[in-house]
Structure formats: C-alpha cells, structure tokens
Design a protein around this ligand. Structure first.
Ligand SMILES: C[S@@+](CC[C@H](N)C(=O)[O-])C[C@H]1O[C@@H](n2cnc3c(N)ncnc32)[C@H](O)[C@@H]1O
Length: 275
C-alpha cells in the first residue's frame, strides 16, 4: 500500500492550486466549487458524472455521508453543496487530506465537510454510523475488494445506500500503463464487472442500480491522442495530483476503453435492513 500512498503524494499541492487560481485571476475570497473542478474531481467525466451520481443517491440534507477515497474532496464538497448534507471524506493520502481540508476552509464549508486520513480497509468509525456511502474511483488501487466493501458495509446504517462509481476490467487483458490511477500494474487491481458485482453482494449489499457507463467514458476520451513533445498543461488540472505524464495516462485510458480492457460501472448498493 506504501507505493500507492506515495503515488498520491505530489508535494506542495495546496500552494500549486492556489497559484493556479491566482494565475487565472480568481479572487481567493470568492472561490467557488466550479473554479476548483478542473483539479479536484479526479474521476472520469468529472462533475458531469458527480451530478448523475447525486441524482441516483437519494441522499437528503439531514444525512451524514462517508466519502471513501475522497482525494482532495471535490465531489465531497459538491455533494454537501448540492444536497446540504454533512459529508466526511477519508483518504489514504495525508497530503490529499491536508489539501482537502484547506480547500474546504477556503470555500467556508468546514462546518459540514470534514476529512480524515486513513485506509478504507480500516475505518475508525462505529458500526452503522453513516446514513450513506459515496466512493468514486478508488477500487482500482484496492486488492482486497471484499475487505474494503465489508468495512464500508459495516459503517453504513441498515437500509442505507452506497453509491459507487468504479473502473473495472473488461474482456481483454492486460491493461496499458501508466493510467491516471497507477504508474504500473503493481498498483492496479481491476476485476471484470460481473466479478465486482459478486464481491459487492458477498460483502452484504443488495444491488439496486447497475449502470454500465463505459460508452460515455469512451466518448469523453475519444479525441485523446498520443502526446508528442513537451506536455502542454493547463494552469489547473489533475496532473497536479499525479504528474506531468497525465497526457500519456489519458491516452492509455483511451486505448484501454476502446480495446475493451477497462469498463466503467455506476452502482447503488443497499445494506439490507435487519430482519
Ligand atoms: C482516482 S482518485 C479518486 C479521488 C476522488 N474519489 C475523486 O473522485 O476525486 C483515487 C483515490 O483513492 C485513494 N485510495 C487508494 N487506495 C486507498 C485506500 N486503501 N484507502 C483510502 N483511500 C485510498 C487515493 O489516495 C486517491 O485519492
């Protein structure tokens, strides 16, 4: 797990984001979630996907939601902003959690949005604590998927909903590397959608929604070409989180999608009410 932690530890990330905002002429006193979107929603289709997931969630303002593998908290904050609920985000990366907290303070959302650095496999919370679970594109880095999902199910209240948006394997192997979530195959643990579905139910959930979003992912990456020469990077982008080779990573993701080596699944799983 150590190499996964160091992959997601970019160094001085908060200042890089602040400098980016300044370069774009954004007044730090008036920063909005939309201003941060290019850098803080680190999943396929960014806030468009987040908004679709919010619509599926049925979360309400009186709820407390756990975001598992929250990164620097973009969709954590968006969820709190759109629904009005409390959200706690956890992530393996201490630096991401530090940045998540500081960006949340910048947006003055710290009353409702909190963060904690820990592993998704060992959550420091009591059984049945949270009203809902939100977890976006983290499973790729987790080898023990049953352990992760059992732990997630444990902290969710009976009847609660878990919204998962995850990259899976597909018909063909191996995948091309590097990709946005992994520099090489030692950090990436993809299983095909059917297997992912079985692990979710083995962990104790019932599946309510199961949507294959691979075609939308393919469209989003359709125009990505193999990078040549020096990278031409925007002022703010997820390259700040995982490196200047983001062009190669995006190109490999495009190839993996097109050649049916990866797929993208959106699902809502429910913890059954105790009988
Ligand atoms: C591709 S990013 C997605 C971040 C965020 N969910 C988003 O959509 O912006 C994957 C995240 O999973 C986190 N992660 C990987 N393995 C983890 C684990 N075992 N426990 C907690 N977080 C983990 C990484 O640190 C990283 O922030």
């Amino acid at each position: 797990m150590k190499h996964i932690h160091s992959y997601y530890t970019p160094n001085d990330l908060y200042n890089k984001i602040i400098n980016g905002l300044k370069k774009l002429g954004i007044d730090l006193a008036d920063v909005t979630p939309d201003d941060l979107q290019p850098v803080d929603e680190f999943h396929i289709r960014g806030d468009a996907a987040t908004n679709e997931l919010i619509a599926l969630s049925h979360f309400t303002s009186n709820m407390h939601i756990l975001d598992v593998g929250c990164g620097i908290g973009g969709s954590t904050r968006r969820l709190a902003h759109e629904i009005g609920c409390r959200v706690t985000g956890i992530d393996l990366s201490d630096e991401y959690i530090d940045v998540a907290q500081r960006l949340t303070e910048l947006l003055n959302m710290q009353q409702r949005v909190k963060f904690h650095a820990c592993s998704a496999l060992d959550l420091p919370y009591a059984d049945n604590k949270f009203d809902g679970i939100w977890s976006l594109q983290m499973n790729m880095n987790v080898e023990d998927k049953l352990g992760w999902l059992k732990e997630t199910c444990r902290v969710l209240k009976p009847g609660g909903r878990a919204v998962l948006y995850e990259v899976c394997g597909s018909k063909n192997t191996p995948q091309y590397f590097p990709v946005p979530w992994a520099q090489d195959s030692s950090m990436s643990f993809l299983i095909p959608p059917e297997e992912f579905r079985e692990v979710i139910t083995s962990a104790g959930f019932d599946i309510e929604v199961w949507n294959d979003k691979t075609d939308l992912a393919k469209k989003a990456f359709a125009t990505v070409r193999k990078p040549v020469g020096e990278p031409n990077l925007p002022v703010l982008g997820v390259y700040l989180l995982v490196g200047d080779d983001i062009g190669t990573k995006a190109y490999n993701l495009h190839r993996n999608l097109d050649e049916e080596r990866v797929s993208l699944i959106e699902t809502v799983a429910i913890k059954p009410k105790a009988s």
